[in-house]
Design a protein around this ligand. Structure first.
Ligand code: NAD
Ligand code: DAU
Length: 352
């Protein structure tokens, strides 16, 4: 029986977004076998997908996409029908201090997956798909107006964004050169459960909880477009099943916030949740040295995805943020576990 099931490799499924995508695919599609390949870097956490361990259509594989020979033999063994590729180094600040880690995983790692997929389907790509998950950061930074569309020129500004842009180019090149069926989606800033507390929202939730200062980069008037992670996972599901081969889809929430306004909202909600005096968390705001090369504004035009595939976000920002805060407050162990050990070293180097 198992041999007839479609085999889907999801990379990076122990991370933030990947864990939501894996859960959605495993629970919604019992007719697929979902293989989750993850190296379990500092950002990968088996706790994020603990509830899936016993599912019959799910297998976890610990492995590194940088290791070309390993990837090659893995693909030969399992003959995956489709790949949903999320594994990446994902934090801009780390890309500023360790750019090569990003080039190796995001560029070389993606090339290894593409080569292995091409090799196992060299006779025919019929019914196969390589779906690459990317970011709006490949488009660079916007001025006060305008939105990124699927035809906006690439203009990546950080080592992270450049490595993701390079991986997008590689995927398109394999489509063009070898006829590999592919799709790419570029999404805006995600928030929700399981996000490593190096990123703005979980970092600030954790700091507010411990009454630690809230390090706002520069003047705080940088703008991001925020999307609830489960809505991103739903969009990936829609694109995977209904998208057109060779197409790119932008995913975003039409939900722009300056960092300062977002942080103030977060402080207000946390004061309410923790029964603290109104205004007490805002007092923790501390302006710190700006991020090098900090992109001023990102904003996604997700019209194509809405009009062609009917996708739209299912929650408002206020609803999504409330769910997110509740999750972090109810999962203190998760937060305590990931912020012990090497996290402390990272924090010291980054902020002190
Ligand atoms: P994350 O850092 O939380 O998770 C990345 C996962 O990839 C981790 O589980 C990690 O162990 C794994 N990984 C890293 N290097 C690996 C390697 N060499 N081999 C195998 N596994 C490896 O990242 P995330 O925020 O969940 O992002 C997932 C993807 O979505 C990335 O490709 C990212 O560029 C993209 N994306 C993220 C956002 C966002 O807001 N977080 C927005 C748009 C796009
Ligand atoms: O736009 C999509 C991208 O969003 C993804 O591709 C990345 O993987 C993801 O990390 C995210 O990138 P950002 O750099 O926008 O996210 P981050 O949470 O690091 O920062 C959000 C904003 O908050 C940004 O303007 C920098 C600022 N910031 C961040 C941190 C960690 C601060 O002011 N202080 C902080 O301590």
């Amino acid at each position: 029986m198992e041999n007839n099931k479609k085999k889907i490799l999801i990379t990076g499924g122990a991370g933030f977004i990947g864990s939501h995508v894996v859960r959605l695919f495993v629970t919604k599609y019992p007719e697929y076998i979902i293989y989750n390949l993850d190296a379990l870097t500092y950002a990968g956490n088996l706790e994020n997908i603990k509830d899936l361990e016993a599912k019959g259509n799910y297998k976890f594989i610990k492995g590194d996409i940088k290791e070309g020979e390993f990837i090659r033999s893995l693909f030969k063994e399992f003959m995956f029908d489709a790949v949903v590729h999320l594994a990446a180094e994902s934090h801009v600040d780390r890309s500023i201090t360790h750019p090569n880690d990003f080039i190796e995983t995001n560029v070389l790692g993606t090339a290894n997956l593409l080569n292995a997929f091409k090799e196992i389907h060299s006779s025919s790509f019929e019914g196969k798909l390589f779906y690459h998950i990317s970011t709006d950061e490949v488009y660079g930074s916007l001025g006060k107006t305008g939105l990124f569309t699927e035809t906006t020129s690439y203009d990546p500004q950080s080592p992270y964004a450049s490595s993701k842009a390079a991986s997008d180019h590689l995927v398109r090149a394999y489509g063009n050169t070898y006829g590999m069926p592919y799709m790419i989606s570029n999404c805006s800033n995600n928030y929700g459960a399981n996000q490593f507390p190096e990123k703005l929202i979980p970092l600030f939730i954790n700091n507010i909880k411990h009454s630690k200062s809230l390090p706002v980069y520069g003047d705080g008037n940088y703008t991001r477009d925020w999307l609830f992670v489960e809505d991103h996972a739903n969009a990936i599901d829609e694109i995977f099943h209904k998208g057109k081969m060779g197409e790119t889809y932008n995913i975003g929430g039409f939900n722009e916030w300056t960092n300062l306004n977002l942080i103030k909202l977060l402080c207000k909600l946390m004061d309410e949740k923790l029964n603290r005096t109104e205004g007490s968390s805002e007092k923790l705001i501390t302006y710190v040295k700006d991020r090098a090369g900090h992109d001023r504004r990102y904003a996604i035009d997700a019209t194509k995805l809405n009009q062609e595939l009917g996708w739209k976000p299912s929650v408002t920002f206020e609803e999504g943020l409330e769910k997110t805060l509740d999750w972090y407050l109810a999962n203190e162990n998760w937060l305590d576990n990931v912020t012990s050990g090497s996290y402390q070293d990272y924090y010291e180097k980054m902020y002190n």
